[in-house]
Design a protein around this ligand. Structure first.
Ligand SMILES: Cc1cc2nc3c(=O)[nH]c(=O)nc-3n(C[C@H](O)[C@H](O)[C@H](O)COP(=O)(O)O)c2cc1C
Length: 317
């Protein structure tokens, strides 16, 4: 089994903070998962940009071995589970589960075709469970307090809690674990305390560079999977980056699209070509020759994800 701790989205740091601040919850979640599926070998895959988390987590693994919670015959149960921490070189694509497995196998991080799904044929060709740090770290409390307790948080189909990472131009940035359903506005002002510069906030990026930038009129949206999807946005890993009214959003859109261009592994055409075309479209939109069309586009593109912008390239021309 694998724990995905690659955390490549900009503005996200929940996995890192959990590994640094509460590593045993993750180890416990992984042991429970391993016992449930009969896995005897586990890997936590993280990035070299997280030296502190690596140091603390390595020590925690050692302690768990010494205490008999990892290794052969765990606590006299005749069950075994071995755990290793592996470090990637910080390629965004290695957060995608099949690229991650390629990287763990010592190869270049390129996506694999699916099927076969990792649960059928995953790491080293064996059936593999792969989940994120937060998913696995949520397991111990669900087992300890019961599914009803956990289900009691949240709303609709988004149940439980969400570790929201608030960053950017914000008075009180940080990691807030809240039930799904808090609004974007509540988060920015009640929890975040508004902008750090004291200027009005203008937009918030949710779900990393592949997510969306939401303008102020969308901030009464509840933070859960369904409501964000109905706005054409997505929650991703729960990262939120705030921008004040001085920010040039066209530059932010360009940054997000350029990020996709740089980090594309190049295997699939829509991503490899689309992200390059996307950057070109944004450059055309923001150039002085495109000014009349740019004004028409302005209101529309603030909602656009980098991918939808790439898809609209012919229309812009
Ligand atoms: C381009 C790309 C990058 C991804 N990066 C990450 C990542 O950094 N961390 C992560 O947990 N999942 C990432 N994912 C999602 C994983 O492929 C996979 O769905 C996830 O590890 C499953 O965990 P969960 O079901 O517990 O959320 C990424 C997916 C894609 C397509």
């Amino acid at each position: 089994m694998i724990c995905n701790a690659d955390e490549g989205d900009s503005g996200t740091f929940a996995d890192r903070m959990l590994m640094e601040g509460d590593p045993f919850t993750l180890i416990e979640g992984m042991i429970i998962c391993a016992l449930a599926v009969g896995a005897t070998q586990g890997y936590v895959y993280t990035r070299s940009e997280y030296p502190n988390a690596c140091k603390i987590f390595t020590q925690a693994i050692e302690n768990a071995y010494k205490a008999g919670y990892l290794g052969d015959n765990i606590c006299g149960s005749r069950k075994s589970f071995h755990l290793e921490l592996r470090m990637g070189a910080g390629a965004y694509i290695c957060g995608e589960e099949t690229s991650l497995m390629e990287s763990l196998e010592g190869k270049r991080g390129l996506v694999r075709n699916k099927p076969p799904l990792p649960a059928i044929e995953g790491l080293f060709g064996k059936p593999t469970v792969i989940n994120n740090v937060i998913s696995l770290a949520s397991v111990p409390i669900i087992l300890a307090k019961g599914a009803d307790y956990y289900r009691d948080f949240g709303q609709g189909r988004s149940l439980g809690t969400l570790p929201i990472q608030l960053a950017g131009n914000i008075q009180r940035p940080g990691l807030f674990e809240l039930a799904f359903g808090v609004t974007v506005r509540e988060l920015l002002y009640d929890f975040g305390g508004g902008s750090r510069t004291g200027r009005p906030l203008k937009a918030v990026q949710i779900g990393g560079p592949l997510g969306a930038y939401l303008p102020e009129q969308e901030w009464d949206t509840d933070l859960d999977y369904e409501h964000l999807a109905s706005r054409g946005a997505m929650l991703g890993h729960g990262g939120m980056v705030a921008f004040d009214d001085q920010t040039d959003m066209s530059q932010m859109a360009r940054f997000a699209m350029e990020f996709c261009e740089i980090e594309s592994c190049g295997k699939c055409t829509p991503c490899r070509i689309g992200s390059v075309r996307g950057v070109e479209v944004i450059d055309r939109l923001t150039s002085s020759e495109a000014r009349p069309k740019r004004l028409t586009m302005h209101c529309w593109w603030i909602y656009a994800t980098p991918w939808s912008l790439a898809r609209c390239a012919p229309w812009v021309e």
